[in-house]
Ligand binder design. Structure first.
Ligand code: PAF
Length: 286
C-alpha cells in the first residue's frame, strides 16, 4: 500500500478507526522529521511488530528553549516520505503547529524529578514539552506500541514513567542507537557540522568507550567514571562538554558506589562548534 500523508487529527483518527475495529495493531513512531537510518530502524521495528505503522513528523515548539534551534531545525517532508515509503510505513502524520496547538496550550505533562535532572537541568522545560506532545500523540493515534531511540536515553525513561504513572494503554519499545561507521550516533543535527567538526564528533563515542572500560575494570564511583569521559573529551579541542551524567540505568538515580546498580547509564551532551550533540551508553556493572 502506498504511504498516506495526513495532516489533521480527525483524518488520522478516521483512518485508524476501521483498523482498530478489525483488531489490527497500530505502531507509532514519533519523530521531528529529517529522518535518517536511526529513524528507519524504529520504523523497521514497528513494521515487524504491527499491522499498521504510523510515523508522526512534527517539530514540536514546546520542547525548544527560547535560544534553541526551533526555527532552523532541519525539515524535508518529501525526503522523509521517501524514506518512510522505502521502509514500509503506512501513514505519515505531519500536522502543522496550528493543528496541534490551535490556541496557547495551558495543560502540560510534567514527569517530576526525572525531568528536572541532567539534560532537564540544562534545558529547562524540554522534557515537559516532550512529555506533553508525546502524550497528545498517544491520545490522537492510540497506538498499541510506540518506538523511541535509546540515544535520547533520559527522554525514553521520562516517557516510560509517564506511561506507567498515567496508565497509557500501550507498550514503549526502546531501539538501540544507530551509528555511522566511525561510531558517531546518527542525529538530524549532524547536518549542522562542518567537515572539521564532523571529523571531531567520534570523540563522544570514544569518551563513552573509555568509561565503559573503566567500569569493566571495576570503577563504580561516578566521579571516576565521569573523569574517564572528561579525560577523552578534553583531548579534542573542538569539543566542549555541556553535560556528563552517570546514573543508575533503570531509575536514573545517582550511583551509590557502596551499592552499585546492575547497570550504569552514561549520558553526555557535547558542543562541537555551535552544534550540541548527545550520546549515551548503558554499561553492565561486573
Ligand atoms: O525524539 C524526538 O524526536 C522528539 O523528542 C519526539 C519524541 C518526537 C517528541 O517531539
Amino acid at each position: 500500500m502506498p504511504l498516506e500523508t495526513l495532516t489533521t487529527i480527525p483524518e488520522l483518527r478516521e483512518r485508524l478507526l476501521p483498523a482498530r475495529r478489525a483488531g489490527k495493531s497500530v505502531g507509532l513512531v514519533p519523530t521531528m522529521g529529517y529522518l535518517h537510518r536511526g529513524h528507519a530502524a524504529l520504523v523497521d521495528r514497528a513494521r515487524a511488530d504491527n499491522d499498521v505503522v504510523v510515523t508522526s513528523v512534527f517539530v514540536n515548539p514546546l520542547q525548544f528553549g527560547p535560544n534553541e534551534d526551533f526555527a532552523r531545525y532541519p525539515r524535508d517532508l518529501d525526503a522523509d516520505r521517501r524514506l518512510l515509503a522505502a521502509h514500509g510505513a503506512d501513514i505519515v502524520f505531519a500536522p502543522s503547529v496550528e493543528e496541534m496547538y490551535p490556541r496557547p496550550i495551558v495543560t502540560h505533562v510534567e514527569v517530576e524529578s526525572l525531568s528536572g535532572r541532567m539534560e532537564g537541568e540544562r534545558r529547562p522545560g524540554h522534557f515537559r514539552g516532550v512529555a506533553t506532545v508525546v502524550g497528545k500523540l498517544f491520545n490522537i493515534a492510540q497506538p498499541d506500541r510506540a518506538y523511541f531511540g535509546e540515544k535520547d536515553y533520559q527522554q525514553l525513561q521520562v516517557i516510560r514513567r509517564m506511561v506507567a504513572d498515567l496508565s497509557f494503554p500501550l507498550e514503549i519499545v526502546g531501539v538501540p542507537t544507530v551509528r555511522d561507521v566511525d561510531g558517531v550516533a546518527l542525529s538530524s543535527r549532524n547536518v549542522y557540522l562542518s567537515p572539521a567538526e564532523r571529523a571531531a564528533a567520534p570523540v563522544l563515542g570514544r569518551s563513552l568507550a573509555a568509561a565503559a572500560d573503566a567500569i569493566a575494570a571495576g570503577a563504580v564511583d561516578p566521579r571516576d567514571i565521569e573523569a574517564a569521559i572528561r579525560g577523552v573529551l578534553a583531548a579534542e579541542p573542538l569539543a566542549e562538554p555541556d553535560l556528563v551524567a552517570v546514573a543508575a540505568a533503570d531509575t536514573l538515580e545517582p550511583v551509590d558506589p557502596k551499592a552499585p546498580p546492575p547497570a550504569i547509564a552514561l549520558m553526555i551532551a557535547v558542543r562541537i562548534g555551535h552544534t550540541r550533540l548527545i550520546d549515551q551508553r548503558v554499561v553492565a556493572v561486573p
